[in-house]
Design a protein around this ligand. Sequence first.
Ligand SMILES: Nc1nc2c(ncn2[C@@H]2O[C@H](COP(=O)(O)OP(=O)(O)OP(=O)(O)O)[C@@H](O)[C@H]2O)c(=O)[nH]1
Length: 301
Amino acid sequence: MKQTDIYVLSGFLGSGKTTLLKEILKKEKALGRKVAVLMNELGKISIDSNEIDGDIPLKELLGGCVCCTIQDEVEAQIQTLLVQEKPDVIYFETTGAAHPVETIDGILSPIFADQLRFKGIITVINGRQWLERSTLSAPIQQLIMEQARHASLIIVNKEDQLTEAEKAKITFELQSICSHAFTVLTTYSKFPFEKLLEMESHIYSGITKTSVHALHLSTFVYTFKKSIAADQFEFFLRELPNTIYRIKGYVKFHQAKYPDLFQYSYGMPLFMQEEMNMPLNMVFIGENIDWKKVENELNLL
Ligand SMILES: Nc1nc2c(ncn2[C@@H]2O[C@H](COP(=O)(O)OP(=O)(O)OP(=O)(O)O)[C@@H](O)[C@H]2O)c(=O)[nH]1
């Protein structure tokens, strides 16, 4: 089955995400891959989408954020892109307010998660805003920190507005927060494109890798081959590490006619009976997780 790479472009409002996207699309054009774009903006009218070439398939998600109000719409748009366009790669520009974990949760639906290869998060940081972040409210500071912490590639943008000493300070601070990420200082988001191509896939696919990326926010898609016992599944959940932030997918219990839709968020499980058969895929999102171990435990259910 063809798998489509998906990258998330994250970063606070005005940091340079659309500038980065335009830069990436130029490079992709030269590379000849089939690209699709998904843009999420908080406003009801898209401004940034006008800046994208008309020949690139583009879906807009307006008037809400992937991390809360429009998750269903995100799923539908990605599925449409996969079916109609069959792209090699999708770039998803999130709103500046989106939290990385919620974003990944929004894009990986159990219905098609096995067709996507989540390549990671590219976070754009406005250099000056980073230096002056203590003037922002606590939740915004926390959000900017989370966007940086979960990135595989960090673009410190607006380098033209920074002194040499400030650049050194930012680089030092970011390296201590996210030593696993590649950090680059840019003007107008011009960055070495090969760093994006080198990003590891962050979906665990049964191959044990010992790269540093394994110790980071990553995802795992498991497909149940049969129905399982409810009490054993509950035991499995109780034993899970608390750095598994999200699980969602379909699980079929013995005696049940149809699978349950299962949702798990920061330790809280929720089951909903489905009215028809669904693919028994389950998507996991976690940090510093040994997915091989989780897979082995699931195989024993
Ligand atoms: N001085 C300077 N301005 C920049 C640079 N990169 C981008 N800008 C400008 O910063 C503004 C915001 O850039 P965008 O790329 O639209 O930022 P964004 O993150 O997509 O913004 P939102 O969609 O509002 O979240 C634009 O006016 C850009 O032209 C840079 O390196 N230096």
